[in-house]
Write a protein that binds this ligand. Structure first.
Ligand SMILES: [Zn+2]
Length: 74
């Protein structure tokens, strides 16, 4: 009879730890998403990921065309 109690406790711990690890994994994924910074195109105002944006002289652009358009303006 005591072995059944041990198995029950073991299963309980297994589920608690499993849930805990799953929650930690989800939180890490959320951190990764929020770490991707959004920037605004200096020309058209479109929001894009910083890693996909073209940076020039401290400003960000959504495309090479908008970078050139802004440079030709001044
Ligand atoms: Zn743009």
């Amino acid at each position: 009879m005591r072995i059944l109690v041990l198995i029950a406790i073991g299963l309980l711990l297994y589920f608690i730890i499993g849930n805990y690890l799953r929650r930690q994994k989800v939180e890490r994924q959320n951190d990764a998403v929020s770490a991707e910074k959004m920037v605004r195109c200096h020309h058209c105002g479109l929001h894009i990921l910083e890693q996909e944006a073209i940076a020039s002289q401290g400003e960000f652009y959504c495309s090479q065309e908008h970078l050139e358009a802004e440079q030709n303006k001044s």
